[in-house]
Each structure stands twice: as structure tokens, then as C-alpha cells.
Design a protein. Structure first.
Length: 462
């Protein structure tokens, strides 16, 4: 016998209270770990999966805002290497040696700004052609794939990849531009080969004093990334199992996880605004916004996926309960599958002995299908909200098919007319006593009977 039950109502209440406290603690821990687990999984994917990292940084080379910023900064660097004064002086000396008019020689010495503007426009056109070309985008992907050992620079502070953290700044390295520039710009501009910016040139996108603390946290999350999701599932499962009402615990945990995901999405939006406020210049802000959105888009996608999953679990838990809407939904689904199964039976498509087995073991088959869907979701590397919705639709379709097959029983059983409903037997009416045939007492009316009773009552003495 259970010791709690043997100790009476007080023991039962104490046992229930302990289960409730344990379940609440486990569920709270699981809910609090939900955003941490999502972030850790994202960090781990960027560090250990080269394809995922290339997918993350690849759009940077194709974003118009980043392309404009790269073009302007590289053009500025190239123009700075041109000695415009030396060119105008050389031109003026040449004209003077050839006995050109003095006004022309003087004008040649004053063409500094005009020549600089013309060179800037020409160089910018060449740089823009390189930056917006498909060859540059392919070179960008190839360089980042080959240098994946530096893929963690933005997260852990190591290496010199496309994005890097130097001190309190996030910089965009333009080293990937150099090879293409050297092929297409050398010989077409007045910049010598050794004056083209080297691979160490970078563009500051974001400046923030808390980047070092963020990198330390990212290193910890990278180490814990593979284990946190499993820990989250174990804690949540134990919390639901220990709860006195497991359905309510499941719904509460799912709602808590959804709230935490909403908080994570809000935090990402706030962090984006903080990063943009640290950047000066409209063009630089556009490039910083593009870089931030590109870098965290998979994290935002993971948060949305977790939010959709939590909502689905909460709704499923509610539909399994005794609520009026839940009962109506289940009744409508049952009537639909029964109608479809009967239609199949009338058409001659019966399931034989499979139908009764499916009806008898419906809880088992339902649990197996839902469990298989959850297992597929857990084993999916990078599920998206659309993938979760598609998986939910697939689970519902399979459950509907099993319900229809369970209703499509043997044809003769389904075609028999339904048995009449048995009603409770109505007791027979009591039999009337036959009136005696002989002379009986006179039939008194109601008035005569009343007068006779009044006369028979004793009167009080005066």
C-alpha cells in the first residue's frame, strides 16, 4: 500500500503538495533554459557547421547597403593613394616644356580638384563593378568557407573572417575584395599594385563597450550548445511526469516557453536598435542593419520555430482537456472520421480485422504518431516555422487516416441496421378494483360527504 495513502488524507495532501512543488521547480528551470538553449544551439551551429556559417555570411556580399559601403570605403582608400598634385604638376611642366600658353599651364596646375573628382568617379565605377559581380560573391563564399577556422571571430573573438571583433568594435573585413581588385583595377587606374589596400583593411560597423562580455558568454554557450537542448527536454519531461495534473503542467510549460521566446525576439529587436544607435552616418547605419539582420536571422528563425512549437503543444494540451471547446472539437473530428469510414464501408472498401484493432488501440496509435512527429522535430537539424507547421499537418493527416480506417469496419457489420435503443421498462399501471355487483353503500356526492363528516365531529361543550 502507498505510504501516503496509508497515512490518511493529510498524507495524500502532503504527497500532492510535494509533487506539485517538484514539478513546478523542474518546469520553471526548463522554461528559463529555453532561450538560453536556443541561443546556444545557434552559436554552436555557427562554430561547428561550416555550411551554416557560409549561409550566414553569404548574403553580406549581395546586400546593396553593404555593397555601397564597400564601394565607397575602398574607393576612398584607393583615391588617397593617388598623388593628384604630382599629376597636375607633371602635366603643367609638360605643357610648359612644349611652349604652351601660360594660362593653359596655370590652369593645369589648378586642376587638382577636378582631376580628383574624375579619378574618384572612374575608380568608384570600377570598384562597384567588382563588388556587385557574381565572381566577387563566389569569391566571398569561397574565402569564408576556406577560412572557417576563423568563423567564430564575431562570437569568440578569434580569427579574421568576414566579420570580426576588435576591442569594442565589430568590423567588416574587405580582404575578400582584394583579389578581384588586383585583377581588375591594376592597370586601369593610377594606383600602383602595392598601394591597393591589403587584406587587413576593415570597416567598422558597430562600436559597443560590452562586446567582450558578450564574447565570453558566447564561448560558454558554444561549449554548452550540444547539451542544453537535451537538458531542456529532460527537465520538461520530468516536470510534466511529476505534476499531479500532467495535462495542465504540459500546457503551462508550453505557455511559459512561448513567453520566453517572445522575450527573446523583443531582446533581439532592442539589441538591433542599440547597435544602430552606435553607428554614425546613414550609409553606415544601413550597412550595420544589414549585417546585424544577416547575422542573427537564423537565431530569430530558431526563436520563431520554438514559439510556434510551444503554441502547438499548448493548443494540443487544451484540446485533450474537458473544456467545452475541446470536447466540441474532438466530437466534430470523431463524427467526421466515422462518416468517412462508413462511406468507405458502403463503397465496399473495408479494413477487415484492422479496423477493430485500430479502434481498440486508438490511444496507443495516437501516442505513437504524435511521438514520431516530436522525434522527427528533435532530430531535424534546423527546423523552420514552416517545417513545424508542415509536420503538424502531416501528423493530423495520419491521425485522420487511422481514424477513418478504424471506422471502415467489415461491410456486413456496417450495413446492418442499427439496433433500437433500449429504454427503461415502464412499470404497468395498477389494476382497477372491480366494483361489487351487489347492493353497496349509496354513492355520496362530495357535498353530502362533507356534511356527514362535519356532523360526525364532536362539538365542544358550551
Amino acid at each position: 500500500m502507498d505510504p501516503a495513502a496509508a497515512s490518511g488524507p493529510e498524507g495524500l495532501a502532503r504527497h500532492r503538495w510535494l509533487r506539485l512543488c517538484a514539478a513546478s521547480l523542474l518546469l520553471v528551470l526548463a522554461v528559463l533554459l529555453t532561450p538560453v538553449s536556443v541561443i546556444a544551439t545557434w552559436v554552436n551551429s555557427q562554430v561547428n557547421d561550416v555550411d551554416r556559417y557560409v549561409q550566414t555570411v553569404s548574403p553580406l556580399a549581395r546586400d546593396p547597403a553593404v555593397q555601397n559601403l564597400l564601394t565607397d570605403r575602398v574607393t576612398e582608400s584607393l583615391v588617397k593613394e593617388i598623388d593628384v598634385r604630382a599629376i597636375t604638376d607633371a602635366l603643367a611642366d609638360t605643357l610648359d616644356d612644349r611652349d604652351a600658353p601660360d594660362f593653359l599651364v596655370k590652369a593645369a596646375r589648378e586642376w587638382d580638384e577636378q582631376l580628383k573628382d574624375g579619378l574618384t568617379a572612374g575608380i568608384r565605377l570600377g570598384v562597384e563593378k567588382v563588388v556587385t559581380s557574381a565572381a566577387f560573391a563566389q569569391a566571398w563564399d569561397s574565402i569564408n568557407r576556406g577560412a572557417h577556422n576563423a568563423a567564430t571571430n564575431i562570437l569568440t573573438g578569434d580569427g579574421n573572417g568576414a566579420l570580426a571583433v576588435k576591442g569594442d568594435t565589430i568590423t567588416l573585413n574587405v580582404g575578400a575584395v582584394i583579389d578581384q581588385l588586383q585583377k581588375q583595377l591594376i592597370g586601369t587606374t593610377l594606383v600602383p599594385a602595392d598601394s591597393i589596400p591589403g587584406a587587413d583593411k576593415s570597416i567598422v560597423l558597430v562600436r559597443n563597450e560590452n562586446l567582450s562580455e558578450a564574447q565570453a558568454g558566447a564561448r560558454w554557450l558554444s561549449a554548452l550548445g550540444p547539451w542544453l537542448p537535451l537538458t531542456l527536454v529532460v527537465l520538461g519531461g520530468l516536470g510534466v511526469w511529476a505534476a499531479p495534473n500532467r495535462r495542465i503542467a504540459l500546457v503551462a510549460g508550453a505557455i511559459g516557453a512561448g513567453v520566453m521566446m517572445c522575450g527573446l525576439l523583443i531582446a533581439l529587436t532592442v539589441a538591433r536598435q542599440i547597435c544602430l544607435n552606435a553607428v554614425t552616418g546613414a550609409e553606415a547605419q544601413q550597412a550595420a542593419a544589414a549585417a546585424y539582420d544577416t547575422l542573427v536571422r537564423f537565431l530569430r528563425q530558431a526563436a520563431l520555430t520554438a514559439l510556434v512549437t510551444a503554441l502547438i503543444v499548448a493548443i494540443a494540451g487544451y484540446l485533450c482537456g474537458p473544456g467545452r471547446g475541446a470536447v466540441a472539437t474532438r466530437s466534430a473530428a470523431s463524427r467526421g472520421t466515422e462518416s468517412a469510414g462508413r462511406a468507405l464501408a458502403r463503397a465496399g472498401m473495408t479494413t477487415g480485422p484492422v479496423g477493430p484493432w485500430l479502434r481498440t488501440h486508438r490511444p496507443l496509435t495516437t501516442g505513437v504518431v504524435i511521438g514520431a512527429g516530436g522525434l522527427i522535430l528533435l532530430l531535424w537539424n534546423y527546423p523552420t516555422p514552416g517545417a513545424v507547421a508542415l509536420l503538424l499537418l502531416l501528423v493530423l493527416v495520419v491521425l485522420a487516416i487511422l481514424g477513418i480506417l478504424g471506422a471502415a469496419d467489415e461491410k456486413d457489420r456496417r450495413l446492418r441496421p442499427p439496433a433500437p435503443r433500449h429504454r427503461a421498462p415502464v412499470p404497468p399501471a395498477p389494476a382497477l378494483r372491480p366494483r361489487p355487483s351487489g347492493p353497496g353503500p349509496p354513492d355520496l356526492s362530495r357535498g353530502d360527504a362533507g356534511r356527514r363528516l362535519s356532523a360526525a365531529r364532536p362539538r365542544p361543550a358550551p
